[in-house]
Every structure is written in structure tokens, then in C-alpha cells.
Design a protein around this ligand. Structure first.
Ligand code: C2E
Ligand code: MG
Ligand code: MG
Ligand code: MG
Length: 281
């Protein structure tokens, strides 16, 4: 009896795998088409100076809504593009759109763009990225690239070389989702970064437990010593903002300051803050 049930489970299991593979292939095809049709979009979330609430830059976040599949999270389709080997074409479409939008912003605002792990194992990445922004006309000093500890770990030698090439061209590099990866402290010393982004996991627990507060305090103090800027991610309310300010965190980002919004809405957001900007992109 148990044998029969076992076999039944295997059948169900392999059907699930088949379903899963079918869905991934469906997603892959739809995403490839969306890239060709230029339908993958990019939204922008403000990063603010916590001391005076001034906007200092925007993080570009990939957005894709398929007619049949609906909204697909970048946490799903970015890894898919990596696995299926077309992350470069996805990243190119996204960086083009993002850099183009950034041209309409005040010059002092930076554009922060996420790099995936696969891009950090490809030695042609820095040349590709720099060539894209140079075609668009965006000053490399206005570009920041966000990389995660996990991505850095995948192939540390190549990653280190890519980071060095980009920084030599004036691009700044920040360590994203800090505190969630492994051997982060060692990486901080080996690599030259400009910024550290404290993961939302610590920020969202700041009101609930003292441990998160102590961890953030330690990260801030370490970054002061290393002369790195600190960004707190995922600030959702006023009390979190106040606590992070009190802990000496310089920069912040989160729904409290602004949700990711498309290029036009971002221009409106900026027009509310800058008098000399046109109201419409
Ligand atoms: P991330 O780079 O750490 O981006 C921050 C994520 O937190 C974004 O999710 C953002 O919408 C969300 N977020 C920001 N503020 C808040 C908040 O106050 N509360 C909450 N609950 N969430 C907040 P999103 O847009 O879904 O992106 C997820 C991840 O997908 C990103 O994490 C990044 O790793 C990846 N991703 C997004 N766009 C790109 C891209 O263009 N290229 C690459 N390689 N990865 C991307
Ligand atoms: Mg990021
Ligand atoms: Mg992050
Ligand atoms: Mg994240």
C-alpha cells in the first residue's frame, strides 16, 4: 500500500516539476519578447538625505507586466534571465531607459542601478555598462551600481576587477542588502565600495527589538570608520525614520519617503521639490 502511495507521490511530484518547467519556459519566452518589444519598464524610488529630507538620487527598479501573465516581480524575472543566459539584453534595456530618464533630473541627483550576480562574473560588464551610459550621455559620476554580497562572493576575483574598472571611470558602487549575506566584513575590506545599504530586515524590526537597533548602530559606526556612506532601506514610517536619524544613518529609502514610480511620476515628484524643473517629463 505504501509502495503504491509512494509511486503516486512520484507521479504527482514529476507532474509538478513538469508544470514548473513549463511555466518557466512560458515566462522566458514572454520575457524575451517583452525585451525585444521594449516593454520591460523601469521605476524609480527616491533616496533621501535623512538630515534634511532632500532627495539625493533614485534607485531604478525593473517592472514588467505581461498581458497574459500579469505582474511579474523582478525577484522572479531577473534570476530567470540570468539562468537562461539573457541577463545582458535585459540589463541593457533597463539601463538605457533608466539613464535616459536620469538626463531630465537635476544634475546633482544620482541614478542607482542594480547589478545581478551573473553580470559580476562577466569580465565585459564594465565596458558594456560604460558604453551604454556614454551613448545616452549620462555622466558616469552620476551612476551608482548596487551589488549584493552574494554576487560579490560568486567569483570574487572577477567581481573585484569589474568594481575597480567601474570606480576608475567615476561610477560609485554600493553594497546592497547588507547584513543578509556571508563574510560581509571581509568583503568590505577587500573591495572598495562607496556605500552600504542596510537591508530592510533590520530596519523593519527596529521598533520591535533592540537587537536590530544595536546591529544598525554597529554598521553605522563601522561605516564611519571606513568612510562609507550608509543607506537604510525600507523605511516605512515616521518613527523608523526618527530612529535611524538618531542612530546616525545618513541616507534612507522606503515607502515613507516615496514608493517606486514611473519616469513621468518621478518628474512630477521632482517638480514639486525643484522650482526650475518642467512639470512634465
Ligand atoms: P533591492 O535592490 O534590494 O530593492 C529594494 C526592494 O525593496 C524593491 O523591491 C523595492 O520596491 C522594495 N522596497 C523599497 N522600499 C520599501 C519599503 O518601504 N517597504 C517594503 N516592503 N519594500 C520596499 P522590488 O522592486 O520588488 O525588487 C526586488 C529585487 O529585485 C531588488 O531588491 C533587486 O535585487 C531586484 N531588482 C529589481 N530591479 C532590478 C534590476 O533592474 N536589475 C537587477 N539585477 N535586479 C533588480
Ligand atoms: Mg537595490
Ligand atoms: Mg536592497
Ligand atoms: Mg533586496
Amino acid at each position: 500500500r505504501s509502495k503504491r502511495r509512494g509511486r503516486g507521490q512520484i507521479t504527482v511530484y514529476s507532474q509538478e516539476i513538469a508544470q514548473e518547467m513549463k511555466r518557466a519556459t512560458q515566462l522566458e519566452q514572454a520575457l524575451r519578447n517583452a525585451i525585444i518589444a521594449n516593454e520591460v519598464d523601469v521605476h524609480f524610488q527616491p533616496i533621501v538625505d535623512l538630515r534634511n529630507d532632500a532627495v539625493v538620487g533614485f534607485e531604478a527598479l525593473a517592472r514588467w507586466c505581461d498581458a497574459d501573465l500579469g505582474y511579474v516581480s523582478p525577484a522572479v524575472f531577473v534570476p530567470l534571465a540570468e539562468e537562461r543566459g539573457f541577463i545582458d539584453s535585459l540589463a541593457e534595456v533597463l539601463l538605457r531607459k533608466a539613464a535616459h530618464a536620469a538626463l531630465s533630473w537635476p544634475k546633482e541627483l544620482f541614478l542607482s542601478f542594480n547589478l545581478s550576480s551573473a553580470q559580476l562574473t562577466d569580465p565585459t560588464t564594465s565596458r558594456r555598462l560604460l558604453s551604454i551610459i556614454s551613448q545616452i550621455g549620462l555622466d558616469p559620476r552620476r551612476l551608482e551600481l548596487e551589488i549584493t554580497e552574494t554576487a560579490v562572493m560568486a567569483d570574487a576575483d572577477i567581481a573585484q576587477k569589474i568594481v575597480a574598472e567601474l570606480r576608475a571611470a567615476g561610477v560609485r558602487v554600493s553594497l546592497d542588502d547588507f547584513g543578509t549575506g556571508q563574510s560581509s566584513l571581509g568583503r568590505l575590506r577587500d573591495f572598495s565600495f562607496d556605500k552600504v545599504k542596510i537591508d530592510r530586515a533590520f530596519v523593519s524590526r527596529i521598533s520591535a527589538d533592540r537587537a536590530s537597533e544595536h546591529i544598525i548602530k554597529a554598521i553605522v559606526s563601522m561605516c564611519e570608520g571606513l568612510e562609507l556612506e550608509v543607506v537604510a532601506e525600507g523605511i516605512e514610517d515616521f518613527s523608523e525614520a526618527l530612529k535611524l536619524k538618531a542612530l546616525g544613518c545618513g541616507l534612507g529609502q522606503g515607502y515613507f519617503y516615496g514608493k517606486p514610480a514611473d519616469a513621468v511620476a518621478t518628474m512630477r515628484y521632482l517638480a514639486d521639490r525643484y522650482r526650475d524643473l518642467p512639470a512634465q517629463a
